[in-house]
Write a protein that binds this ligand. Structure first.
Ligand code: LER
Ligand code: MN
Length: 270
């Protein structure tokens, strides 16, 4: 099992990112604890030095399995489903601008809250139509690069759009692109899926990336999810990608990261 952890290249508001701030020092620590990769949260690729990122990551023997984009929503309000055509276009352009960076790292592009929330006065149906259109446009731009998009079902308290694997697979069907699949996150699944393992099985080869946090969004082992069963199911469907830690930095970032990897590794120790 290849393990990574989310690392933001800039200070971020989103609370479930364990590491923010000094990039190189954080990458060194993450590699030191035995992680195989870092999932980068990048608001705007034009603000990062891709060569420097690549140099630091490879100097520490890590890879980048996925790039998170949600800060463009969190900090700038960009959204695929805004009622403002300018905002929708800006969101699409921003996501397209991630493609060369993702191609360089062979990373998936994560589509979380960039999908937005249905604004007052707009129907859910209209939001879904905007979403499908935006996703088709992004998927087409990336098709020749080999870059894949992973849309994350999010729990009902964060958005009205795509809560479950079933919702996500319906969207996959409508978008109709080979490079468009889902990112499953155990925190959201624990809220929305009747049986987490069944939903993983249903998703099958459309699981493009995987986030782990326990039921309380602390590190795995701090809540009541059955990670052995969940991760066994993931292996059983043939998933060979990364299992990426995205949890609250509690009791502090370093402790949460160390406890997470220790817990997940010991599940498979014997
Ligand atoms: C991002 O991966 C995530 O899980 C969301 O909760 C962000 O809002
Ligand atoms: Mn997540």
């Amino acid at each position: 099992m290849k393990l990574s952890i989310v690392l933001s290249t800039h200070a971020a508001q989103f609370q479930a990112v364990a590491f923010k701030g000094d990039f190189e020092a954080n990458v060194a620590k993450i590699a030191g604890w035995g992680y195989d990769g870092v999932e980068l949260a990048i608001r705007d690729p034009s603000l990062v030095d891709a060569d420097a990122l690549a140099r630091v990551v490879s100097a520490h023997g890590l890879t980048v399995p996925a790039i998170g984009t949600g800060q463009a929503w969190g900090e700038e309000g960009l959204s695929f489903t805004s009622d403002d055509p300018g905002m929708r276009a800006a969101a699409i352009e921003r996501i397209k601008s991630h493609v060369p960076l993702a191609a360089r790292f062979n990373a998936a592009i994560i589509l979380g809250l960039i999908r937005g929330i249905t604004p007052e006065g707009q129907t859910h149906e209209q939001s879904m139509a905007y979403l499908v259109e935006a996703l088709q446009e992004c998927a087409a731009v990336a098709a020749e690069t080999g870059v894949r998009f992973a849309l994350e079902p999010l729990n009902r308290y964060e958005t009205d759009l795509i809560h479950t694997v079933a919702d996500g697979l319906g969207l996959v069907e409508r978008v109709g692109a080979d490079n468009f699949g889902l990112l499953l996150d155990t925190f959201h699944m624990n809220i929305e899926e009747p049986v987490i393992e069944d939903s993983i099985r249903t998703c099958g080869d459309r699981v493009f990336h995987f986030h782990v946090a326990d039921s309380n969004r602390w590190y795995p082992g701090a809540g009541h999810l059955d990670f052995k069963s969940i991760l066994d199911t993931l292996s059983a469907i043939g998933y060979e990608g990364f299992v990426s830690g995205e949890f609250m930095p509690l009791p502090d970032a370093d402790t949460s990261a160390e406890r997470s990897i220790a817990y997940l590794r010991q599940l498979y120790a014997q």
